[in-house]
Write a protein of this length. Structure first.
Length: 103
């Protein structure tokens, strides 16, 4: 049970270091284009990595999740609004789940 406190302390120190060290060590503007583009895309990649498995496995069938993902990507590429993409993806999941229920 004492190990739990050690784990919490290590986690707190790690989070603190990740948040504070960049503020204290980097005082000038970052001019490296590669590093700037990397730092720009990190939030989007993190969000995608967390969201992608949830889209696939949130439904009762993996196929309805995949169909909703493809629908969402295609509609957002075309330029449909976020609300339209969300509603269309939900409708696709509903229809595919309904079809699979009767098969």
């Amino acid at each position: 049970m004492n190990n739990v406190y050690i784990y919490i302390l290590i986690m707190a120190l790690t989070i603190f270091a990740i948040r504070v060290l960049p503020l204290t060590l980097i005082r000038k503007k970052i001019k490296n284009k590669i590093l700037r583009s990397f730092l720009f895309y990190v939030p989007y990649v993190t969000l995608a990595v967390m969201t992608f498995p949830a889209i696939i496995y949130a439904t009762s069938s993996i196929w309805s999740g995949v169909a909703a993902l493809i629908t969402g990507v295609v509609l957002s590429y075309i330029g449909v609004s976020l609300f339209g993409v969300a509603v269309s993806s939900c409708v696709v999941v509903f229809v595919i789940e309904l079809i699979m229920k009767f098969i």
